[in-house]
Design a binder for this molecule. Sequence first.
Ligand code: C2O
Ligand code: CU
Ligand code: CU
Length: 412
Amino acid sequence: MSLVPGVTTSVFAYNDHIPGPTLVVNEGDHVIVHFTNDLPEPTTVHWHGIHLPFESDGSPFHPIAPGQKRDYVFTVPAGSAGTYWYHPHPDRRTGFAIGKGLFGGIIVRGPNDPLRDLPEQLLVLSDNRFLSDGAVDFPDAQSAPGSVDEENGREGPVLFVNGQVNPTIAIRSGEVQRWRIVNASAGRIYRLALAGQSFLLVGTGGGLIEKPVEMKEIVLATGERVEILVRGTGAPGSRTLLLNLPYDRYAPQTRPRDWQTTRDLLTLQTTTDPPMQPVTVPARLRQITPLDTSKVTAVRTVVFGQGMINGKLMDMGRVDISTHVGATEIWEIENVVGMDHPFHLHGFQFQVLDRDGVREPFLAWKDMLNIPKHSSARIIVRYDEYPGKWMFHCHILDHEDHGMMGVLEVKP
Ligand code: C2O
Ligand code: CU
Ligand code: CU
């Protein structure tokens, strides 16, 4: 495949595309995905953020050997309309497999979408690093660059939006577009801004929030998704940029030298058509019921340390947290080290209660939460419906692959 000019790159790909085909489904759909592993190594397909049976989660518990097939079967839950993504999740090899090109977007549509009439874009962000012959650069783990990748999470200088470098999106003056943005990067946390204009945050990983929130920039952790509304505020023929602003997630020893560089992600080109009648954005998008803190039966503590969770490395034979279907719990997640670690829980969406003791400003469903260096957060989660063994982990893939992951067992 040609990813950088002048050379070809040997990749892994879903149906020969990077990103893989976008899966568009409706709430209530019964989904069956027939998957064949034509790779030379074991893999899985994990449906990141989707509430589904354990056997279909595509976690490291259910590897698919080379040449083997598997059907992933699930029913898309009511109320789950939103933006998700899929990627491999093999034991210790997730960063390699995603870096080779395996990731794709999922859009779940709901019956009462107040934004259904807006034109829509799915933007899957990724970054990569290549050798001069075009090969994806995975340095030897023992080498100096290899150990920097292991510490930071592998980043690359080439930023892709839907597999393209700095693509152009056309917008008409006065138009409002809905952008669903997925961070499929291994380690890069984006700080997104539109040069010269604000946008409206309308959704997080688990779908719409209650009301639009005006923002100038937003931090998007690895694995995280947001939905924003972008307004064509420019004059006909003008252009602006979607930027990645500097974001210091790093430990000082391995912080990249160019971390303060602002990078262009895409060009927003206002067409020469005359401005259209202004579109009104609904003031209310959805109602979210807060999870009931009076029902909480346990408070869990998760401490992110240097490459470990609660002082332990991942062990698939161990259960780190044991609970049962229907329980509501609070997790206190604390990052005691000098770099950010984005927290992810499989199978169940959660709500954030507070961050560093500061109450979360609005209700939202999430499956990703960045825990910045030396900070903490409290989330609340209810384990609805599906028993099983569910992973929770840092979504910096090098950290996950090196054991920054635990097992939550939900008993029937
Ligand atoms: Cu997107 Cu366990 O991962
Ligand atoms: Cu996941
Ligand atoms: Cu981490």
